[in-house]
Write a protein that binds this ligand. Sequence first.
Ligand SMILES: *Cc1c(COP(=O)(O)O)cnc(C)c1O
Length: 323
Amino acid sequence: MSYIKINRANFYHNLDFLSKKLGSKDKLAVVLKDNAYGHGLKLIAQLSCEYGIKRAIVKTEDEALEIEDLFEDIIILNPDFSIYKDNFSLVINSLTQLKKITNQKIHLKFDTGMHRNGLVPKKIDTTNLNVVGVMTHFRSADELSCEQFWQQQQWKKLKDIYKDSDVLFHSGNSATVLRSKIYEDDFARCGIGIYGYHEMHDSFGEFNLKPVLSLIAKKISSRDLKKGDRIGYGGIGTLSHDSTVSTYDIGYGDGFFRHDGKSELMLNEKKVIGRISMDSISFLGDDEEISLIGDAKKIAREFNTISYDVLVKLNSSIPKEVV
Ligand SMILES: *Cc1c(COP(=O)(O)O)cnc(C)c1O
């Protein structure tokens, strides 16, 4: 059966790299939403906890419950207010949500220009509320433009409004941390960077991050075929020479991509033959195992998307092994 290898040394390398940039481990909150970007929520939570990370960020209460014993603070980005624990804190995106709150710990999320969600940036009456954080999210942290600078100015104004409140300020994602000379908030919320990637323009420089996940497919069968033989659905993959072709146990049903086989596709330097099916993919050669994702960014380019998308789609049921 296909499986995912999680490289612990690379994960810790990325946590080291980001916490050094931030000045300390305590300023690094790990973003574990969406099954830890496909890496396995519980597994990555466990490794983060062993490393000494105290704060994690997830999307839902269900995710928070799975890792409740591992962190001092678990921030829920999109709470449905169904359940609450002492080490949970909830992100508030609107005044309507604020009305559902009694004494739960909350982070007020402000819309400083992304216009996706969050409160209008102004002083809110917080008497009777247990506000522990004031936060925002940047829309252009990984873009090469002055927009990030502009939005950071809005954020500074907002921090000024709340400077006398006893709250933690947090705004940055991975790209914000990577591009900042000094990160001034109390902590940053890092997702993609901890998994070894960023999607920033090359001119920001090289960042020493290492991919954590590899997706390994196992051979189901091999066959020796003749020049002109056609492989897979629609017979799209035609052999130009007599070749050995093997089929492996990953397809778009596992959260990998479908490819129609009409153009050449190289995955991790191996040539795909024919269409990618729901549960299988064929390559030249007869290796017992093939690594389909070594570098998620390279795969992303083949499918006109970004590393986040490649990782997050992987089915949570694919077994994981820490190496
Ligand atoms: C997903 C998310 C992050 C993490 O962003 P990365 O680019 O993966 O570091 C940070 N903050 C919020 C609010 C998010 O939704």
